[in-house]
Design a protein around this ligand. Structure first.
Ligand SMILES: [Cu+2]
Length: 344
């Protein structure tokens, strides 16, 4: 084969083998579905809708690399700006976070944090001031066979969705929920991990009084953390979830299941309301125009998330095209990734 033909072949192979990444489509709280930020369409709209998800520049469904852990991008993804709206959730209730899809090769932990915005809402808070405390974490579930069965695999098996529980003793108020998958398929090398955070604004109601301590987003991780610089291809796989310790009263072992929306709601706006123990503000619901097609919980179908509407999704790992399209990196994104381990 000529040199040209060879490199063309390798490019084609890389393009077809690289897995598609994903993004969060919506969240569901007690059957009410709130649309989130869509990085593949909202940045191209003149007047994108006000949603509960923070806006970010991950139009390629891409990630934040460890060499950005000390900068603002790790907080709520690339160049993130505040969500204009929020959803209401009672302390102790669960938030279901629906991704459009997640590639099987991108094994890693699923981690959730909250950070208080105080009493004035999260729509104008300075993200650099947010102090995050961890309320959920699922890392390696079974490492007997490499690369192991992970939180990300559980998410895939749960219709690409994830349930996180708001601590029941949490003081009411406005909070940023920071949800994150860390893909470790290339994390055996420095700067090889891939963080996919997405933030949402929540108004937590209830009568709790706990105000957990947190850490700034830029202090969550370092490139050399055990859970960031972590090989996953040698059995038995072991793993230590990175980030601060789980909040002492966080719900542990939340049973994952699929939430089904019975109605949709627009994001609420105007955050500066004092929160007491009364019922949450009325939510105007409309008949669901695009009900979640998820089937009943428990019957964890391994399918892509619903609601993509058949639009084509990016099929290339970000950062692979253009500069630095090198073999090592392409392999890291699944071209030569080991086959799926046969775990339950
Ligand atoms: Cu990738």
């Amino acid at each position: 084969m000529s040199r040209f033909a060879k490199s063309l072949a390798s490019i084609l192979a890389g393009a077809s083998l690289a897995a598609a990444h994903g993004h969060v489509q919506h969240i569901i709280i007690n059957g009410v579905q709130y649309p989130s930020f869509d990085p593949t369409s909202h940045p191209y709209m003149q007047n994108p809708p006000t949603v509960v998800g923070w806006t970010a520049a991950n139009t390629d469904n891409g990630f934040v690399a460890p060499d950005e852990f000390a900068g603002g991008n790790i907080i709520c993804h690339k160049s993130a700006t505040n969500a204009g709206g929020y959803a209401v959730v009672a302390a102790g209730d669960k938030v279901y976070i629906q991704w459009d899809q997640w590639p099987e090769s991108h094994h890693g932990p699923v981690i959730d944090y909250l950070a208080s915005c105080g009493s004035t809402g999260c729509d104008a808070v300075n993200k650099a001031d947010l102090e995050f405390f961890k309320i959920g974490e699922v890392g390696l579930i079974d490492g007997r066979q490499a690369p192991g069965f992970w939180g990300s695999d559980q998410l895939i098996a749960n219709n690409a969705g994830w349930l996180v529980q708001i601590p029941s003793d949490l003081a009411p108020g406005h909070y940023v929920l920071r949800h994150e998958i860390i893909a470790l398929h290339a994390a055996g090398q420095l700067n090889g991990a891939q963080n996919y955070p997405q933030c949402f604004n929540l108004l937590v109601t209830g009568s709790g009084s706990a105000v957990p301590r947190g850490v700034k987003g830029t202090a969550l991780y370092t490139p050399n953390d055990k859970g960031i610089l972590a090989g996953i291809y040698n059995a038995p796989v072991t793993y230590e979830i990175p980030g601060p310790a789980l909040y002492s009263n966080a719900a542990r072992g939340v049973q994952q299941s699929v939430s089904v929306a019975t109605s949709t709601a627009s994001a609420l706006t105007g955050g500066a309301v004092p929160v007491q123990t009364q019922a949450p503000p009325a939510i105007t619901t409309t008949a669901s125009s695009s009900p979640a097609t998820s089937t009943a919980a428990a019957s964890t179908t391994v399918t892509r998330g619903s609601g993509n509407g058949g639009r084509p999704v990016p099929t290339r790992c970000p950062g692979l095209a253009g500069r630095g399209f090198d073999k090592r990196r392409r392999q890291a994104h699944g071209a030569n990734a080991p086959q799926k381990a046969a775990v339950a």
